[in-house]
Design a protein around this ligand. Structure first.
Ligand code: TXA
Ligand code: MG
Length: 317
């Protein structure tokens, strides 16, 4: 039977209600500062299996575990000097660290039976409040069907998961709009597994040498799968100007001559604004009458590196 999916606002009463659902072992959609997450208690394998099932995600792709504070998060891993340094600088916030898992209560299904675990302490105020109402951490992948675009508002979660979950907690539009940066601390060599708003440059300034690991043979992160973050339409990137018969996603003002469906990620060419708008605008253009979405070239600096990474994957077959 299909479940009725409702969006509820972020009142204190509703946060308590969502906490009660999570305690009972339900899977619910929650806001984070990056993208919306599909959350369940990290200590229960049945709940975790349900998350994978709802997302249609392969069981081999581990989830991120969200903690209420730095102490609890670091207590779940074999501590490493690098982890202490970067988490004191960037948590709470959009950084995920992969480190060696300590023997603890996080379900092995959540970490795909690996000896490592991905953890983060989010900064979204509603999620922080929610985590403080719970005595377990939350496993939460992005709240999209596997391979599709992550949702950045409650309405977009409903579009993805209608009938599959009972409750979506509305915490407004995600402030950042792209998934967290994932950094791998499991080996001596520090690696970035997924680009995000905490850039490689910012991390290098603190940790020194880091490599970006997108050419690995064995995939360590599903975000590394080439074809990912995909709309239904074909996507063309790095375009100079709109031509005809296409849906245009600009970076800067939309040229007056173009009469097709068009949106601008940021009229003032602000990369932060573009990141925040990217996924929701791709969803809007995906519904327009045209066969392709053509996207204007976006500078590969700062968060523009993460934007280009997602767009490259969205445009890959
Ligand atoms: O911003 C975010 O990180 C969002 C919000 C909801 O927190 N979550 C998110 O989760 O993007 P997900 O499942 O879509 O992406 C998790 C990423 C994947 O690339 C996954 O492979 C990686 O983290 N990951 C998790 N555990 C790992 C591990 N043990 N080793 C390597 N990569 C891991
Ligand atoms: Mg995801």
């Amino acid at each position: 039977m299909k479940t009725k999916t409702v969006i509820i606002r972020n009142s204190k009463k509703n946060l308590e209600f969502v906490a009660s659902l999570l305690i009972k072992g339900e899977v619910v959609a929650i806001p984070t500062e990056t993208v919306y997450g599909l959350a369940g208690r990290a200590d229960n394998s049945k709940v975790i299996r349900n998350i994978y099932k709802i997302k249609n995600r392969p069981f081999s792709n581990p989830l991120i575990i969200h903690y209420k504070n730095i102490e609890e998060a670091l207590d779940s891993i074999i501590i490493d000097k690098r982890a202490k340094i970067i988490t004191s600088k960037f948590w709470p916030g959009p950084l995920t660290i992969v480190a060696r898992k300590k023997n603890n209560y996080v379900s092995d299904s959540a970490t795909a039976n690996l000896k490592t675990v991905a953890i983060r302490v989010p900064s979204h105020p509603d999620l922080k409040t929610l985590l403080h109402l719970l005595d377990f951490p939350l496993a939460a992948p992005s709240a999209n069907i596997y391979g599709k675009i992550s949702p950045t508002c409650a309405h977009d979660v409903k579009e993805e998961l209608n009938g599959k979950i009972s409750t979506i907690l509305d915490g407004g539009k995600s402030r950042i709009g792209l998934e967290s940066t994932v950094i791998d601390l499991t080996e001596n060599k520090t690696k970035i597994l997924r680009h995000g708003s905490i850039t490689e440059l910012k991390l290098k300034n603190i940790l020194g040498d880091i490599e970006y690991n997108n050419k690995v043979k064995k995939i360590k992160s599903p975000g590394q799968v080439l074809s990912h973050y995909k709309p239904n339409k074909k996507v063309i990137i790095d375009a100079k100007k709109p031509i005809t018969n296409e849906a245009w996603l600009g970076f800067g003002p939309i040229p007056k001559y173009f009469k097709g469906p068009a949106l601008s990620l940021s009229k003032n060419r602000c990369l932060q604004e573009a990141a925040k708008n990217l996924y929701s605008m791709l969803r809007i253009l995906d519904k327009k009458k045209s066969n392709i979405i053509v996207i204007q070239k976006i500078p590969k600096k700062g968060i523009g590196i993460a934007i280009n990474d997602r767009l490259f994957r969205a445009s890959s077959n």
